[in-house]
Design a protein around this ligand. Sequence first.
Ligand code: ADP
Length: 264
Amino acid sequence: MERIKGVVAGVDAGSTAIKVTFYDGTLMENYIEPAGWNPREVAAGMLAKAAERRGETVDDIARIYGTGYGRVGLDSLTKAVTEITCHASGAACLVSGVGTVVDIGGQDVKAIRVDGNGRVLDFIMNDKCAAGTGRFLQVMANALGLDLSAMASLSSGGDYCPINAMCTVFAESEVIGLLNRGTPREAIVAGLYTSIATRVAAMAARITICPPVVLTGGVAQHYSMQKALENELKLPITVPRDAVFAGSIGAALLAWNDLQRGGE
Ligand code: ADP
């Protein structure tokens, strides 16, 4: 079948960051910017800039599929697609043969079981509580006087201080108390990763976890998070280089497939 030429875009309007993927059947380009206070404007600006780099305008994009928590507010969308569908498709593109996707984003956590083609077989999601999400880490990084990148590269060297509070607000007080008692930040951070990993693993266990397991979302940038989750799940976990773009890549691929089929 002859390939229909053109470029498509996937936009993942998350709670923390906007991710945009352009795909023309050969090349994939990914862009990320903080969502800020006006995610709709940020997304529109990113699409316009990325199109301009190609010597085109937004009108030249054959299909724009949107996903993520902020997708309803986006302009110029051809179609909105659920996060679960997009993350499954994106993760399957990043790691072929993936069995289970665990996505830890800014304000939700998802575990998705997928078939060999990246189609959703089952999923579970927590978007009711900040504990166990990237937002939890942001609050704790702030309490520890660390930026997120510094936190992500902090190694405890095995030292570990359990965090008992389940709620973000109480956990923040606990962290401040530990700091005041002279507990090393590295040990507190290790305790925080374990706290998130325990919650995520308990949630993921409610669907059947099939290896290989892939970790996506912004929190996948924390190497110790990957290790803590491996420890809880007792399974190796792969973190692809473009883990944070799984949603936008999935949206772009679905748009591309529809373009090739001539569908809506
Ligand atoms: P969303 O889709 O809701 O915007 P993301 O998947 O983009 O969420 O993940 C956002 C989370 O990623 C943040 O809450 C934070 O915990 C983490 N994060 C963001 N930037 C960084 C960074 N530079 N280093 C480490 N972690 C980060």
